[in-house]
Design a protein around this ligand. Structure first.
Ligand SMILES: [Zn+2]
Length: 97
């Protein structure tokens, strides 16, 4: 199964992964500074940039700020994540809507 989904919305390439740390989907742009950073492989995705994801739900008790890299089908969380998987690396889960 795919580990990442690519959708085009309003002319922008958007990627979505399932984040098991936040138990939710994270959607972000495939581009950085106008350059496509996605390798195009939905089964072993690499997105060559740091992805910051802030919850749109403003709730201090459930602060799920999350930042990570996606490389060769794995997700690597940075130490600045505010969840228990900070600093860890693991295989991306299969994506499902
Ligand atoms: Zn997350």
């Amino acid at each position: 199964m795919a580990k990442i989904v690519l959708k085009k919305e309003f002319g922008v390439d958007l990627l979505t992964i399932y984040c098991h740390a936040c138990n939710s989907n994270h959607t972000f742009m495939a581009y950085e500074n106008g350059v496509n950073k996605f390798n195009g492989d939905i089964y072993s995705p690499t997105v060559d940039k740091l992805i910051h994801y802030d919850s749109i739900v403003e709730d201090a008790a459930r602060d799920n700020k999350c930042s990570f890299y996606v490389k060769n089908g794995n997700i690597r969380y940075t130490n600045s994540c505010r969840h228990k998987h900070y600093g860890q690396s693991c295989e991306l889960m299969d994506y499902s809507d």
